[in-house]
Write a new protein. Structure first.
Lengths: 259, 257
């Protein structure tokens, strides 16, 4: 198993797409920090009453949301690029046990996407705190150690998206199909659910993957398209199910299908 | 040129992905009809007072969310799949590159235009038939109100196909093209919400995603933050298409396949 993981790590490190995705995540964090700087300037120009309405958290929460999509694409490509190039045959000759290859992929994808997710999310949070300095934004008054764990939990949604992408890639074997499916789950489905009449928009909106990260961290999802019906532990459990169930199905299908 | 178009049409028609994309469009047409049916029944159960404030989306709302994604995937695959399989080598050996590029763009845009226009028309007509005589807001509005929006869905979907097609010719990777287009359609408009007024609204207005509703909004949809007039918005959309196609063409003609 260690060799299989080392091989997958080597594959992921040596493809161009990984570097591109990580570069885009980093550039996005820089962009968010520039926007935070902009918001700090606005804050200075506002009357005291209106300052109470300017929140910084929507900006900070964009980081795990976008990193989730980026790492889902990485997860997809981990599986589909092997089918595209034909490496999957060599890979299976090298690692004949069918469940071991996707398991090694899952380990590597989880590690990389968790690291990227935490780095981007905490980087945006700490960076934006640094940028605003001691300006008392309405949702930034708690001390750092109080808010930091919440964002750490929220970033866990990134590897969940990545594992979902890996599972869809293994099932569909096509980058176009799997990325489209990821996009449907990431954006289109929550938007459709949001437009349902009450109470179904709230109910179904609570089980959409994008809203589970903030929910598990105990953050409010009131001003978003998601619902907040689940308690934090429920959101965390559902997130785990989103990560594991599709992967289990994908691995069992992978074990039976011809490469 | 006719031969080139015939060849591209044959390629597109026989690709598995095209059938899947059209199946997704069809599925969302069915979903739109289901949504109209559900909303009509929901309306029946409302008290008169709550009917006053009930706000239904237009009949093709579910379809209109999925159409840009389908358009982008079709446009991207038209060009990137040939690079992925190596088919591009054969294609450029058979046809002059200019003609090949134009034929691909024409066929992809034509297919998406037809699918989007037909799908939206079916969704709207089905919604109208399902709602019947109920005075549900938007869904029960006269069909004539929605004609500009209805006529526009096809060309707008074709424009997204062409933008993705041009970008695909530059990037030559399915994953990169689809991801870039989706990020541009979803993430950028959200980011503009963080910008101060009026810059946020101005930038939002000029992004491709918001142009369609500034040209002709679906009936009953409250005005978004858009600040452009219809002709200007249409011109901006055409500029996007021209720039994407131009960049793609340059890359397609000059770079080694």
């Amino acid at each position: 198993m260690r060799d299989a993981i080392a091989a997958e790590w080597w594959k992921l490190c040596s493809v161009r797409s990984t570097r591109w995705v990580l570069a885009i995540v980093a550039a996005f964090v820089v962009l968010l920090l520039a926007l935070a700087f902009q918001e700090a300037q606005i804050f200075d120009g506002l009357a005291p009453g209106r300052r109470e309405k300017l929140a910084l958290r929507p900006l900070q929460e964009m980081s795990p949301w976008v990193t989730g999509l980026c790492m889902a694409v990485t997860g997809v490509l981990t599986a589909t690029s092997e089918y595209r190039s034909g490496t999957i045959r060599s890979s299976l000759v090298a690692v004949p046990r069918r469940s071991r290859l996707p398991a090694a992929k899952a380990v590597v994808v989880t590690a990389v996407s968790l690291a990227a997710g935490e780095a981007a999310t905490l980087g945006t949070f700490l960076g934006s705190r640094l940028v605003i300095g001691d300006r008392p934004f309405v949702d930034q008054r708690a001390p750092l150690p109080h808010d930091l764990p919440g964002f750490g939990v929220e970033a866990v949604s990134v590897p969940v998206f990545a594992l979902l992408g890996l599972a869809l890639g293994l099932l569909l074997r096509s980058a176009a199909a799997a990325i489209t499916a990821v996009v449907l789950l990431w954006h289109v489905l929550p938007l459709l659910v949001f437009h349902l009449p009450a109470p179904w928009n709230e109910r179904l909106g609570s089980v959409m993957l994008g809203g589970l990260g903030p929910r598990a961290a105990g953050h409010s999802v009131e001003n978003s398209i998601y619902g907040g019906a689940l308690p934090p532990w429920g959101a965390a459990a559902l997130m785990l199910a989103y990560a594991l169930l599709p992967l289990v199905v994908a691995v069992s299908v992978f074990a039976r299908r011809d490469a | 040129m006719t031969d080139a178009i015939a060849a591209e049409w044959y390629k597109l028609r026989t690709a598995c992905s095209t059938a899947w994309i059209l199946a997704v469009v069809a599925a969302f047409v069915v979903l739109s009809a289901l949504s109209s049916w559900y909303l009509a029944h929901y309306w029946d159960g409302l008290s008169p007072r709550r009917r006053e404030e009930f706000d239904a989306p237009s009949a093709d709302q579910p379809l209109s969310v999925a159409l840009p994604v389908c358009a982008v995937v079709l446009g991207a695959l038209t060009v990137t799949s040939e690079y992925a399989t190596g088919m591009i080598g054969t294609s450029v050996a058979v046809l002059p590159r200019r003609r090949l590029y134009a034929a691909k763009a024409l066929v992809a845009a034509g297919v998406m235009l037809t699918a989007a226009a037909a799908g939206t028309a079916v969704a709207v007509l089905a919604g109208r038939a399902i709602v019947g005589g109920r005075p549900v807001p938007v869904l029960g509005a006269p069909l004539a109100d929605g004609v500009p929006h209805l006529l526009l869905t096809g060309p707008v979907a074709a424009a997204f196909t062409l933008i993705a097609f041009g970008l695909g010719a530059v990037l030559r990777s399915t994953a990169a093209t689809i991801t870039t287009m989706v990020a541009q359609m979803v993430v950028l408009p959200t980011l503009t919400g963080l910008l101060p007024s009026p810059y946020g609204e101005r930038i939002w207005s000029a992004l491709p995603e918001g142009l369609a509703e500034q040209i002709a909004a679906p009936p009953g949809v409250s005005a978004g933050p858009g600040v452009l007039s219809a002709p200007v918005a249409a011109a901006v959309l055409l500029v996007y298409v021209a720039v994407a196609l131009g960049a793609g063409r340059l890359s397609f003609l000059r770079r080694d396949a």
